[in-house]
Design a protein around this ligand. Structure first.
Ligand code: IMP
Ligand code: MG
Length: 174
């Protein structure tokens, strides 16, 4: 079945917002080094664009997680597929995500990262679907709040496709 992609946020809108968030982060972390933790694969496009716009010193690391299937999935317990390369001890950690949906994955992930002894852990997401939230997650930086629609582009996929779209689109299955 062919799906149709309808533009929700243009490339220009997304770029402009990432610049604003980058400016905000640069102000908030003045005099510090920020350690960006990217959750693969979806967060990678956003993280690269964001990192380029942050003016304080930046270091980067990547991790990949997947939800456990079956019963445990609803608990949000995640399996680490690829762990971070470096310890988080004494770092100012900023987790960079593509989207916060139910909040289950991130809630679990943030607790796990906080146990590794960082100075602080904050969360930055390009998109937020607040209507879908099941677990309370504090988001420190949000690009856009969006309605409960399935979106692709800028790292987000449908069946591993469309991650490379330079804009955010809604998938229509009609
Ligand atoms: P949750 O917040 O634990 O429910 O999981 C969020 C994850 O679900 C994201 O990191 C995405 O991988 C995926 N996801 C949620 N909503 C969408 C969407 O609209 N498009 C593509 N992926 C999505
Ligand atoms: Mg994700």
């Amino acid at each position: 079945m062919a799906e149709r992609i309808e533009v929700l946020l243009t490339e220009e809108e997304v770029d402009k917002r990432i610049q604003e968030i980058g400016d905000q982060i640069s102000r908030d972390y003045a005099g510090k080094q920020v350690h960006l933790v990217c959750v693969l694969k979806g967060g990678s496009f956003f993280m690269c664009e964001l990192a380029k716009r942050i003016t304080v010193p930046v270091s980067l690391d990547f991790m990949s997680v997947s939800s456990y299937g079956g019963d445990t999935k609803s608990s949000g317990v995640v399996r680490i597929v690829k762990d971070l390369d470096e310890p988080l001890q004494d770092k100012h950690v900023l987790v960079v995500e593509d989207i916060v949906d139910s909040g289950r994955t991130l809630s679990y992930l943030l607790d796990m990262l906080r146990d590794r002894g960082p100075k602080d852990v904050r969360l930055c997401t390009l998109l937020d679907k607040p209507d879908r939230r099941v677990v309370d997650v504090k988001v420190d930086y949000t690009g856009f709040e969006i309605p409960d629609k399935f979106v692709v582009g800028y790292g987000l996929d449908y069946d591993q496709k469309y991650r490379n779209l330079p804009y955010i689109g809604v998938v229509n299955f009609d």
